[in-house]
Design a protein around this ligand. Sequence first.
Ligand SMILES: Nc1ncnc2c1ncn2[C@@H]1O[C@H](COP(=O)(O)OP(=O)(O)OP(=O)(O)O)[C@@H](O)[C@H]1O
Length: 252
Amino acid sequence: MPENAPIIEARRLTRSFGGFVAVNNVDIQISPGTIHALIGPNGAGKSTLFNLLTKFLSPSSGHIFFKGRDITGMAPADIARLGLVRSFQISSVFPHLSAHENVRVALQAREHETFSFWKSNTCLRRFDDEASALLESVGLSDKAGALASELSYGRKRALELATTLALEPEVLLLDEPMAGMGTEDIGRTADLIRRVGKGRTVLMVEHNLGVVADLSDTITVLRRGEVIAEGSYAEVSANSEVRQAYMGASHV
Ligand SMILES: Nc1ncnc2c1ncn2[C@@H]1O[C@H](COP(=O)(O)OP(=O)(O)OP(=O)(O)O)[C@@H](O)[C@H]1O
């Protein structure tokens, strides 16, 4: 496969709910090593498209490719093993384990060593060291011993990112990473995404256009289930159809 071939590609992707077409014949290509955002007004079909691309929903028709391989019929767990890992699901963190233990569990899961009580101390030590390094990379070193349930909202999401990074994903899929965050957490999370996005591909749905402008290499704008524009923030924000789509929308 050529180096700049899309890492994720959808062709004529469509999803209907009853008679309603939420995603309509969408073609999209995600280039490797880029941060790519899906935006659009409420009800545009962003979450549906994201859920299709991450295999949480099945398409009514169309195809999804990961590194040129058709993954349309594959289960999410199988595509996660290929390197496509969805993050920012609060439920993926165990509330009664410490931040450090949460990351260690994810590292053990990666190596299918969930039942590692019989492992040597040296082996467990390796997970400990790796867990500490991951916590440091998301700025949580000082919270290593804190229970996940005691972390602030923004830090919980940083912990989720650490547990996702433990799986060594090639593609990070972020569903509204800034949702529910205050200004300070937004700034910190944006820095974090930029940092962990280096050398990876990031696909995110995000409502905060300031963050989208700041982080994204490419933006795809949806409206009523269809792609109406794609390009850099400067390009899409100058597009008259995009401006029209956002007029009167509550979150711009
Ligand atoms: N499970 C479902 N059953 C029926 N209709 C659905 C379902 N999921 C989404 N829809 C409809 O599909 C359309 C697109 O929804 P979707 O959540 O993908 O939009 P969105 O762009 O993510 O919106 P928002 O910004 O409000 O989150 C909406 O009209 C929604 O009501």
